[in-house]
Write a protein that binds this ligand. Structure first.
Ligand SMILES: Cc1cc2nc3c(=O)[nH]c(=O)nc-3n(C[C@H](O)[C@H](O)[C@H](O)COP(=O)(O)OP(=O)(O)OC[C@H]3O[C@@H](n4cnc5c(N)ncnc54)[C@H](O)[C@@H]3O)c2cc1C
Length: 292
């Protein structure tokens, strides 16, 4: 399997920022994935897996890791009875398509989440009252020490959280779904997609929700809107005028611009409402937010 060196992470993230990864490998089978993990271990290089990069902010200085992106059979999905079996790199769009074609419902909530099965497990991604923990039967996690199937409990799934760490690669998942007529699935998906388009910046470069919703009734987006931050811009990064919990790449944004905007937004929410916002987007490389 070929390793590409110095691959710009801006190419692998939906926000379009990030410096070079030391190396990129795109394993297509379990054997190739094991080979990549062993090569990284031999050279003492840390590993990080990237799905669609739809909830990732990578350092402008780059990431000194072997970045893995799963392809081939590790990005395919098929149905077995009422189980949808997907590779860790299978996109949610492919999974939804397979489920609908087989007349299986339960995955509709993910129709507007632009990620992969593995990214969904790591984030316990969710929308409209459901998340990965509600459909995930088990996930095959591969490390340099071997592989094993883990249940949602063993994965530590909570609100936009799992116990997974870099070096643990979700290679396959099984979703338990229920029979549902394809027409009903199509109708619900159309309704949810229309709702998204009306409330979120779906045609801009973003990384999804910036912050987790804090405890209480007011979500992070509404809180930041109340702080008057819609449209606030630093460099090429702008708080979305459509939904304040999204940062748009308004042209030439860097990760530093996004971090500066997040820092300003967090401080404003804390000063105005005493709320300490926690970032939902995953940081890759040596980046962090300063303390409040
Ligand atoms: C327009 C838009 C709308 C969004 N809406 C939602 C929403 O409604 N709900 C929601 O929860 N999220 C939403 N998101 C965020 C994002 O799509 C989800 O978090 C998604 O699950 C991330 O998947 P990914 O494959 O892109 O992961 P990435 O962003 O590539 O990675 C996220 C984390 O998962 C890890 N990871 C990825 N693949 C694997 C793997 N195979 N094995 C181990 N670790 C892995 C990465 O290392 C990283 O830590 C949205 C994003 C955008 C851009």
């Amino acid at each position: 399997m070929r390793l590409e060196e110095n691959v710009a992470l801006a190419r692998l993230t939906t926000i379009g920022t990030g410096g070079p990864a030391r190396a990129l490998a795109q394993p297509r089978t379990l054997a190739e994935l094991e080979e990549a993990l062993h090569r990284a271990a031999e050279t003492g290089l840390g590993v990080a897996t990237v799905g669609l990069g739809s909830n990732l902010l990578a350092a402008d200085e780059g990431v000194d890791r072997l970045v893995l992106r799963l392809g081939g059979e590790l990005a395919e999905a098929h149905v077995e009875g009422e189980l949808l079996v997907a590779g860790g790199g299978a996109t949610n769009a492919v999974c939804l398509h397979r489920a609908r074609a087989a007349g299986l419902g339960g995955f509709e909530f993910a129709c507007a989440i632009p990620g992969t099965a593995g990214g969904g497990v790591w984030m316990n991604a969710g929308a409209y009252g459901s998340d990965w923990s509600t459909i995930l039967e088990r996930a095959l996690v591969v490390t340099t020490d071997g592989m094993g199937w883990l249940t949602p409990g063993e994965l530590g799934l909570g609100y936009r959280h799992s116990g997974l760490r870099h070096g643990q690669v979700v290679a396959r998942v099984e979703y338990r779904l229920q029979p549902r007529p394809p027409g009903e699935i199509r109708a619900e998906v159309a309704q949810l997609v229309a709702l998204r388009k009306a409330t979120q910046p779906t045609n801009r470069r973003t990384f999804g929700s910036v912050f987790k919703n804090p405890d209480g009734e007011v979500g992070a987006g509404r809180l930041l809107e109340l702080c008057g931050l819609k449209g606030h811009r630093i460099g090429g990064a702008m708080i979305s005028p459509v939904h304040a919990n999204f940062i748009e790449n308004a042209g030439g944004a860097t990760t530093a611009d996004c971090l500066a905007l997040m820092t300003a937004a967090r401080r404003r929410a804390y000063e105005a409402y005493g709320v300490e916002l926690e970032h939902e987007v995953v940081f890759l490389g040596g980046i962090e937010l300063p303390p409040l």
